[in-house]
Design a protein around this ligand. Structure first.
Ligand code: BGC
Length: 722
């Protein structure tokens, strides 16, 4: 039992400390160290400027658009090779029609599962795996991490992203970026910005206020930029009436000026519709750079590629050579900073690390699968005589999200493989189990889920046949465990009360079902917590209704590429109130709240202490509390720290996550946790002054096991500036 310890403790400094009369181990975060490229910006940009000065205008134009779908042009004079850019956040997407970069790549658990681990260090390790596989295949640039905030459950791409909370997403992303780039692979933050739905994504217009942008939709990108990310990809959608890739507001003002991003900015594939605007917007690279103009999406604007339009625009005096030089210089500076002129991208010795990557994937799944319900402690399954019936819809299928993020993987362990490997003869598999089989089983494991994808959205409701099957089974057997595979929240209210246990397994990757079986068996205690709120019904959610009037959900790529459809507005009128911020402000109880997840152990929180009861503006507060595993098994807990600003000059959320820590504890183990809150954690974005402000007055510090499970509370005062 519980043989598989969770390796989170290495995150922290450990030393003894006096808490009252007790000597307790202190657990806190290591300082985060951002990535610095081998060649610093000033030097790289100077050298790039010299190279660009010696290039002809035709050579520069070759640089500002992609080639052969996924490549950046070489610069022979600078010893810079042609570079391959590959998808995506959860592993290398093999494109066998292009140069054979790799024979195989590991399909890791999807990023929303990674986020459910709340394990920052693991995010770095996970990203290093992807980065090493890139290098093994000669891939210079990873087209990820994707990090658009979870605004609606229906978004087909939620599985690729990092959940609903900007703080949690930011902490995971910064570690991802450093983990990726320390392998030498460039990370690309995408899709900038407000690409929060995939319904007609090229013809949607996200209408969003500056405050909402800065408090919700930018922090993950800002964290990525501050962590040293070397590339950003713009989004397909419009933001406040202009397509992101050609928007001065999006690229120049928000990304370059507000967030301070200096390196390579590329478009998403086929998303520049006005080359003049794009060149002026601050974009550097138009991807894929060329393509088949017979495709329906070109009906409206025709050939809008930068490479084919640049000469005309120069002749017409609409853009200048210095605009083109600036674009080429940014691309080349990024490459030089990463020393791509000095060493080959391809390092086949890294192929040896793939078994290690599989292990990291397994560990991620162990920590990111979320136990939502466990009535009468049905789980873990103990007793070798128990007969387990495995049934449902995806037991023998490869569950993963589709589109550019899809990773083929190898050696897939399906759910039924994993159950058989762990429980042997105890398991009987029948997708169409009879009533008799269901009644006779000691435990029934039912698989349901959705196959989410880029390019379209999906319904919050599961297909009727799944809901009715779960209800049917639950009527015949009281020991039903439902395993949900999905990239985001689904409607479980239909059968939630009828089943004994629910495990949210997201898309666990090629080896993740093994982790699920380990959790079922109790070899490891579940420790994932939801990075999203799961509503009871679609109508409860912010952003509802999420489809333009009169339209229906679709699948397939046709509608996605129809640029002729009228642009529709998505008004973010919920403002900063998404996710738990919304449910708490509206007093709507979700089915499962943000930050929630069960364990096989119990944890007690006590002795909350703040380093001061009053602090001056600009000061940091240290929050200490005791955390104890009062259960009888080893397990990891995610302690969450929220802040509330009860009286402010603007409406603020009831509470906001501002720190968290994941820590593994033996039964009976007790530690002292130390977390910090900085001035930025008390602030909101003031639209009038375009600055972050922390208003003096009382703040509450809330510490707990989930957004709806606050165990300790204390307040402090932020004093006036004198
Ligand atoms: C996606 C991007 C992806 C690109 C290249 C687009 O359809 O939106 O995320 O990186 O394709 O595959």
């Amino acid at each position: 039992m519980y043989k598989l310890a969770i390796s989170v403790v290495s995150l922290f400094f450990l030393f003894a400390c006096n808490q009252g009369s007790e000597q307790l181990k202190v657990v806190k975060h290591n300082n985060f160290v951002p990535y610095s490229p081998p060649v610093p910006y000033k030097e790289a940009v100077k050298k790039a400027g010299e190279i660009v000065n010696n290039m002809t205008i035709d050579e520069k134009i070759e640089m500002i658009g992609g080639h052969n779908s996924f490549f950046i042009h070489e610069v022979e004079s600078a010893n810079l090779p042609r570079l391959y850019l590959s998808d995506a956040t959860q592993g290398v997407h093999l494109r066998k029609n292009l140069d054979a970069q790799l024979e195989k790549s590991v399909a890791l658990p999807c990023p929303i599962l990674l986020t459910s681990t709340w394990n920052r260090e693991l995010a770095g390790k996970y990203a290093s795996c992807v980065g090493e596989e890139c290098r093994a295949g000669g891939i210079a640039v990873l087209l990820g991490p994707g990090m658009n905030l979870y605004r609606i459950a229906q978004n087909g791409r939620n599985f690729e992203y990092f959940g609903e909370d900007p703080y949690l997403a930011a902490r995971m992303i910064e570690n991802y970026v450093v983990g990726m780039q320390r392998t030498g692979t460039i990370a690309t933050l995408k899709h900038f910005v407000c690409n929060n739905t995939d319904h007609r994504r090229r013809t949607s217009n996200s209408v969003v206020s500056n405050r909402t942008l800065h408090e919700l939709y930018l922090p993950a990108f800002k964290a990525g930029v501050d962590a040293g990310a070397m590339a950003v990809m713009t989004a397909y959608n419009q933001v406040n009436d202009e397509w992101a890739a050609q928007s001065d507001f999006v690229v120049n003002k928000t990304l370059r000026k507000d967030l301070g991003f200096k390196w390579l900015v590329m478009s998403d594939w086929w998303s520049v519709w006005d080359p003049e605007k794009a060149i002026k917007s601050g974009l550097d690279l138009d991807m894929p750079g060329d393509g088949d103009l017979n495709w329906s999406m070109f009906n409206k604007f025709g050939d809008t590629f930068l490479r084919s339009n640049a000469k005309r625009l120069l002749n017409e005096g609409k853009v200048s050579e210095s605009d083109i030089s600036r674009m080429a210089r940014n691309i080349i500076a990024t490459e030089l900073a990463m020393e791509l002129d000095k060493k080959p991208v391809k390092d086949t010795s890294l192929l040896e690390k793939f078994p290690m990557h599989e292990k990291i994937g397994l560990q991620t799944a162990r920590e990111g699968i979320v136990l939502l319900k466990n009535e009468n402690n049905l789980l873990p399954i103990e007793g070798e005589e128990l007969k387990i019936l495995a049934t449902g819809f995806f037991m023998d299928k490869r569950m993963s999200g589709g589109g550019s993020a899809d990773v083929e993987g190898y050696n897939w362990v399906t759910l039924i493989d994993a159950l058989r490997n762990r429980f042997g003869e105890q398991v009987v598999f029948n997708p169409q189990a009879t009533n008799k089989e269901i009644e006779k089983a000691d435990i029934v494991i039912v698989s349901v889920g959705t196959l989410d994808s880029e390019g379209w959205n999906r319904s919050f409701d599961l297909p009727d046949e799944m809901d009715s099957r779960v209800r049917e089974i639950a009527a015949l057997n009281s020991n039903v465990v439902v395993v949900v595979n999905s990239g985001g929240g689904v409607n479980m209210a239909e059968w939630n009360d009828d089943v004994a246990a629910i495990l949210y397994s997201w898309y666990p990757g090629q080896m993740g079902n093994t982790a699920l079986a380990e959790i079922l068996a109790g070899d490891v205690s579940p420790s994932g917590k939801l990075p999203i709120s799961i509503e009871k019904m679609a109508e409860d959610a912010p952003g509802y209704p999420f489809l333009p009037e009169g339209e229906e959900l679709y699948t397939g790529w046709d509608i996605d590429s129809q640029l002729d459809s009228a642009v529709y507005d998505i008004i973010y009128d919920e403002g900063v109130f998404t996710g738990y911020r919304w449910y708490e402000a509206k007093k709507i109880e979700p089915l499962y709240p943000f930050g929630f997840g069960l364990s096989y152990a119990d944890f007690e929180y006590s002795k909350l202490k703040l380093s001061a009861s009053k602090i001056k503006p600009g000061e940091t507060l240290t929050v200490k509390f005791v955390l104890e595993n009062t259960g009888d098994v080893e397990a990891a807990e995610i302690a969450q720290l929220y802040i509330s600003d009860p009286k402010a000059s603007v409406d603020r959320p009831v509470k906001e996550l501002k720190n968290f820590i994941k820590v593994n504890l033996m039964p009976g183990e007790k530690i002292l946790v130390e977390l910090e809150i900085g001035p930025e954690d008390m602030s909101f974005y003031n639209e009038n002054t375009a600055a972050w402000v922390a208003e003096p007055g009382k703040f509450n510090v809330l510490v707990g096991a989930a957004s709806n499970d606050i165990r300790l509370e204390k307040s402090f005062e932020l004093m006036e500036q004198n």
